[in-house]
Design a protein around this ligand. Structure first.
Ligand code: ACO
Length: 429
């Protein structure tokens, strides 16, 4: 294959180098396009064809349904690894030795407290506030309580900011839920594993001396967090990288990522799926009606949890989660009619021409809410749980961007507004 691409504009040819990734993906390097062509830019809304960086963290092939973190398949990691190991792998590039993992966890535990004044900020939110808005605000507020985590230039500074955030975010997540449920806030138990501690922080009742861990819940949460841990340059991750590219601190960048994740077209889909399935149930389980609505172009309704910008084959995470949903509900002895509705809807969509032609398959969020619900997590908290899982991925991407000294993110635009015109005084308008 040629190692350049030629663009011809007005009869003049310009050559641009081709860059090949380790999985043989090829990109046209257009860094010099504007200078070489005297002002031409590319236009690609939604960045459907535009690579924003070179990255060594996550590989995904949407046509083949492949997802790998640092070269390890998502199927193998979900089956054999623990969330904290995966977090280390994503952030630092290699699976940790036992010693490295112990140190990493010990460093995180040292920082697994937040300033008690954060409670006052949480207190000021109305109980009805959406947990994602609360989490994003509290994460941003952490910057004020940890000013030395803002200007991080050395790898050591970055490491300190990273373990701090991995220690503090689970507390904010648990507090957000406890506030919603009217439960007293709890700081957790540093004798526990990372995921066990999250569960205890979320679910320990004030009138119980001990919280008894349920291994089914621990395994289910561990797996869900791993499946959500990274997904290359999606909307929230791109937000984290672009925010961090101005050298805004890690906490501020992650807070921006949480806001980006909130929307129903992205992480907010897990809440939207559950609400959609509930609506179908309340409508006598009439899946056909909702299929018709999803296909009707005059109706804004979409089948939530279906479709993906990159996967045009099955989302491999959805396959794992669907199996996990069956196992977790079975192990917990939960019978949830919503699971049957979800399966019925999936069956119909998989053989429906509209969905087949557009290559719309269930994505990671189609079944995850059913598991969260069986675990006793309120629907409005689902996207918060996604954020907790995505944290190591966001951190890894932010760190990579800083270590590669990437330039500030600043796209161009094609201006289509009014051309120059004289100012009219208010009396003449
Ligand atoms: N239901 C019905 N039709 C759909 C759906 C859906 N869920 N998703 C896409 N389509 C249709 C579009 O209407 C469009 O049809 P057209 O070609 O006739 O105009 C076609 O499929 C292509 O869709 P786009 O919106 O152009 O695809 P894009 O890559 O921009 O969007 C997205 C991907 C946002 C995920 C979309 O599929 C969607 O809205 N899905 C539902 C929300 C969802 O589940 N989001 C979670 C994604 S996973 C994650 O972020 C964690």
């Amino acid at each position: 294959m040629a190692n350049t691409a030629t663009i011809e504009i007005g009869g003049q040819k310009h050559e641009f180098p081709l860059v090949e990734g380790t999985e043989n993906e090829v990109a046209i390097d257009i860094k010099s396009l504007r200078a070489a062509t005297n002002g031409f830019i590319t236009l690609d809304s939604g960045y459907k064809n535009t690579g924003s960086c070179e990255s060594a963290i996550t590989f995904l092939d949407g046509e083949k349904g492949i997802l790998r973190y640092r070269g390890y398949s998502i199927e193998e990691l979900a089956e054999k690894a623990h969330f904290l190991e995966v977090a280390y792998l994503l952030i630092f590039g290699e699976l940790p030795t036992a010693e490295q993992l112990d140190k990493f966890h010990a460093d995180i535990k040292t920082h697994s407290v937040v300033d008690d004044d954060v409670k006052k900020i949480l207190d000021a939110f109305p109980k009805a506030a959406h947990p994602m808005g609360v989490l994003s605000s509290l994460t941003s507020a952490l910057t004020a309580f940890n000013p030395d985590s803002v200007n991080v230039d050395s790898e050591e500074d970055m490491y300190n900011a990273i373990v701090r955030l991995l220690g503090k975010l689970p507390i904010l997540v648990a507090w957000t839920m406890r506030k919603k449920k009217g439960l007293p806030l709890y700081y957790g138990d540093s004798s526990l594993g990372y995921v066990e501690n999250i569960l205890k922080m979320m679910f320990k009742q004030p009138n119980e001396e001990r919280y008894i861990q349920n291994p089914i819940l621990v395994n289910a949460l561990d797996k869900l967090l791993i499946l959500h841990a990274d997904h290359e340059q999606n909307c929230s991750t791109s937000t984290v990288r672009i925010t961090g590219s101005s050298h805004a601190g890690l906490f501020a960048s992650i807070s921006a990522g949480i806001s980006a994740l909130w929307g129903p077209l992205h992480g907010g889909a897990n809440q939207a799926v559950l609400e959609m399935l509930e609506a179908i149930k309340a409508d006598d389980g009439d899946t056909k009606k909702y299929m018709a609505k999803a296909k009707d172009k005059s109706d804004p309704f979409r089948l939530m949890g279906f479709g993906h910008r990159v996967y045009k084959n099955f989302d491999p995470r959805a396959r794992i989660i669907k199996k996990a949903a069956d196992e977790v509900l079975g192990d917990l002895g939960v019978v949830d009619p919503i699971l049957d509705i979800a399966k019925g809807l999936e069956q119909e969509a998989l053989i429906d021409d509209y969905f087949v032609q557009r290559k719309l398959y269930p994505n990671v969020d189609f079944y995850s809410g059913i598991i969260y619900r069986a675990m006793g997590i309120p629907t409005e908290m689902f996207t918060v749980m996604f954020a907790l899982g995505r944290l190591p991925g966001w951190i890894a991407q932010w760190r990579e961007m800083r270590l590669r000294k990437e330039p500030i993110g600043r796209p161009r635009q094609l201006y289509v507004g009014a051309t120059e015109r004289p100012f009219l005084p208010i009396a003449e308008r």
